[in-house]
Design a protein around this ligand. Sequence first.
Ligand SMILES: NC(=O)c1ccc[n+]([C@@H]2O[C@H](COP(=O)([O-])OP(=O)(O)OC[C@H]3O[C@@H](n4cnc5c(N)ncnc54)[C@H](OP(=O)(O)O)[C@@H]3O)[C@@H](O)[C@H]2O)c1
Length: 270
Amino acid sequence: MSDRTIPRLGLGTFGRTGDQGVAALLKAIEIGYRHLDTAQSYNTERPVGEAMRRSGLKRGDFFVTTKVADTRLDSAQFMPSVRASLDTIGVDQVDLLLIHWPSHRDMVPFEDYMSALVEAQQRGYARLIGVSNYPIALLEKARALIGGDALATNQVEIHPYLQSPKLTAYVRQIGLPLTAYQPLAKGEVANDPVLMRIAGKHGVTVAAIALAFLMAEGHIVIPASGSEANLKANFAARTVVLDAAEMAEIRTLDRGYRRIDPEKSPRWDD
Ligand SMILES: NC(=O)c1ccc[n+]([C@@H]2O[C@H](COP(=O)([O-])OP(=O)(O)OC[C@H]3O[C@@H](n4cnc5c(N)ncnc54)[C@H](OP(=O)(O)O)[C@@H]3O)[C@@H](O)[C@H]2O)c1
């Protein structure tokens, strides 16, 4: 119950909707993926639950994350939305429940939805709780409100072109792992010459090098793919070990290139 470990390599499920989504998820599970990242807004909660059941594996073999949409943070909708997520996935509890985005311009008071998140955990709807798209200022505010150890992760955009050094330094200091979303910059890293050279040396794909780099930096990664070859290549990142010179070289690729920056974004640190 007190195990706060989040599997280092998970599967992003954005786009894996409907029957095709279930088939792709089953393929990923066959390859070995057990950590599945869904959200109320992805339309993938049902396929995730369906694939888990059809896989023949036990509920305890999986680590499932879902996220409360920023349109459901108010007190009338928050808890019913979490119960609906559990029903849709078909589980009694998710392993990790995140706030998907902080409320834009505090339309819903921060205290309200952070307290609701803790309450969802106390009710047993979530084994672990965390946040997504939170900058340092909001992490500090959350820690002051619900305690320094309450959160298990902050899920944010991180890839070789957006390494977020300020946020990364801060979370290391407080012992909070980041979960890197769009860890492949939606496939854009695949043509990087530095990563290609390192990949050639290791005899693996560029994507595997990018993911191995992020994990070596201490992050959890959740790449997505609908292709069996790419799912396998990404899963192979778990066994890639980069040396200090390779790590240093990949660190120089950071260019603060942010792909996801909607109007509702908080003020980012990097
Ligand atoms: N918390 C948030 O606000 C938030 C925001 C965005 C995403 N996320 C989560 O993060 C997950 C991952 O993000 P994402 O799906 O947007 O981006 P991503 O994982 O960086 O990239 C997925 C794209 O890269 C391609 N790709 C995957 N593996 C590849 C490989 N080995 N070589 C070349 N190309 C490859 C995929 O194409 P193929 O399908 O053809 O392989 C797909 O187009 C999402 O599914 C979601 O769960 C969270």
